[in-house]
Each structure stands twice: as C-alpha cells, then as structure tokens.
Design a protein around this ligand. Structure first.
Ligand SMILES: [Zn+2]
Length: 294
C-alpha cells in the first residue's frame, strides 16, 4: 500500500506550501496528514475486502446451494434405507436395537456435521472469516513462483490462484507457537509460520496447502473436517511411489485417499518433478486431481 518513507517531508521547507501535483501528494504532510492517510488506507483495504467477500459469495452460491440439496437428499435416502433395519430392531429379544441405534447415531452425526458446515458456507462464513483474518494477520497474494509450482501439479486454471492469500505473522505467531509451527489452510488462505521447516521459502509446503484450498473449492468447508479426520485416522502416509503403483493396480482412485494423503501425494509429485525422479506412479492420481475427481 502506501510507503510514507518515499514522500518529501514538508516540515523542513520554508516559504509558501508547495503545490500538490501527481509527484507531490498530501501523503507527505507531517504527522496528522500521515495518520489520515493510513486511516484511509485501512478503510480502502476493508472496502476492497468487503467487495471481494460479496463477489466470492455470489460466485459460490449456486455450488453451495447444490451441495446442501445433495446432502439433504443423501440424508433422506439414508433414512429410508434404515427403515427395514428399524423394523428388525423393533422385534423384541434380539438385542439388535442397540447396534441399530449406534449405527444411526454415527451416520446422523456425520450428516449433521456435514450439513452444519454447508449451512455455514451458504451464509458466506468463509468470506467473513477471510475478512477478519486479514485484519489480524499479514496477508499477501501468491508469488509468480508459487503459482508456477502449483500449476505444475494442478495445471494453470484448476484454481483461482489470484483469490488465494498467504497469511503470516499477527495472531498466527500465537497459533504456531502452540501447534509446533505446522502450516495449515483455512478456506482460501494458506497460513504459514515465519520460521521453521514450514516457512514460505519451502514452496513444496506452500503447494501442499494450496491443494487444501483446491479441496475447499471442490468440496466446500467439509474438507476441513475431513482433513482433521484423515490426520487422526490414516495420517499422511500412502506408501510412497510403490504404494501408489499397488493402489492403482487395485483400482484405487485419488478420491479414495483422505484429504491429507491427497495433499501429500501432490507435494511428493512436485518434489519428484523438481528432482527429476520417476513420476509414473503419481501420474494417474495427479490426472484425477486435475480433473477435480477428489
Ligand atoms: Zn495437510
């Protein structure tokens, strides 16, 4: 934004006030003027954020409505499928009621979390989050190098790279102190620590997080719950290139891997490309990723 350091300091000039031209702007005025300028900058940033919020909200509304519709449909179909089980469980003396109820509770909880996240998407919660997040962290767009690296994996048009923001510093310092300096993605924002293995200079980590942004664009906020579940259950490991070759032979698809494994496969593919190591086992899965079948 503004760089007050570049403007001449008029307080040392004598005689009549200088004329304001395109080269000499009011930004150079002493203290009071600078305070007004930075307040105007702050306000301009907020207006820009609000406009982005509205544009993004409109852009994603149809997809979000469709997702809520599909989830409600899946819940209705699931409830119908449960009916025969309910009849069986209702018969006395078989002890099936407990199993049945536990099954219902698990499926119900899954659908409830999914629906809650989709409802939050529908009211634009990710855009509100980005608006607040930009005020309490330091954000910047992706660099050309980062977009080029992500494009090697996803292709040049898979993602709206210009909408992605990298956040560092601010409230994140507090978070990274507590999570061991591990990068994470929140909707369209890639959050990176300022030090350690996950800092911004590690472009492979940046691309790993961009894959999470891509998952968010394809699936909505539920990617976040799915990634946390993936971390808890199977973790990031997928068996390396040999594991991928074996998975392909069994007919496994990219969509069958959890959200962390998907991001890890993409990260390792990029590392292999950069090292000129063999990439054949990665290729069918990367192709499915590019097609959005995740
Ligand atoms: Zn991850």
């Amino acid at each position: 934004m503004s760089d007050p350091g570049e403007h001449p300091d008029f307080s040392v000039l004598e005689g009549p006030a200088p004329e304001f031209t395109s080269q000499v702007r009011p930004g150079g005025l002493p203290r009071a003027g600078r305070a007004v300028e930075s307040a105007a900058d702050w306000l301009a940033d907020r207006i820009e954020d609000a406009a982005t919020w509205l544009a993004t909200f409109v852009r994603y509304l149809p997809a979000r409505l469709l997702r809520v519709g599909l989830t409600l449909l899946a819940a209705a179909v699931g409830a119908l499928k449960l009916a025969p089980g309910a009849v069986r469980a209702a018969r006395p003396g078989k002890g099936e009621a407990k199993v049945f109820l536990r099954q219902c509770a698990r499926r119900g909880a899954f659908r409830t979390v999914q629906l809650a996240l989709e409802a939050l998407d529908l009211i634009g919660a990710p855009e509100i989050f980005a608006f607040v997040w930009r005020m309490i962290t330091r954000t910047s767009p992706l660099t050309g190098e980062e977009i080029a690296a992500a494009s090697l994996v996803l292709g040049p048009r898979a993602l709206r790279y210009q909408d992605v923001r990298v956040a560092e510093g601010g409230v994140l310092r507090w978070i990274f102190k507590r999570n061991g300096g591990r990068a994470f993605a929140t909707f369209h924002t890639v959050n990176l620590p300022e030090q350690g293995h996950h800092q911004r200079s590690n472009v492979e980590i940046v691309v790993h997080e961009i894959i999470h942004v891509y998952q968010y664009e394809r699936a909505g906020s539920r990617y976040f719950a799915e990634a946390l579940l993936g971390q808890r259950e199977e973790g990031y490991g997928y068996g390396g290139p040999e594991g991928l070759a074996a998975a392909a032979a069994r007919g496994k698809r990219m969509a069958d891997f959890n959200r962390e494994q998907q991001a890890q496969i993409a990260q390792d593919y990029l590392a292999a490309l950069r090292l000129r190591a063999p990439i054949d086992p990665f290729e069918p899965f990367i192709e499915q990723l590019r097609q959005g079948w995740i």
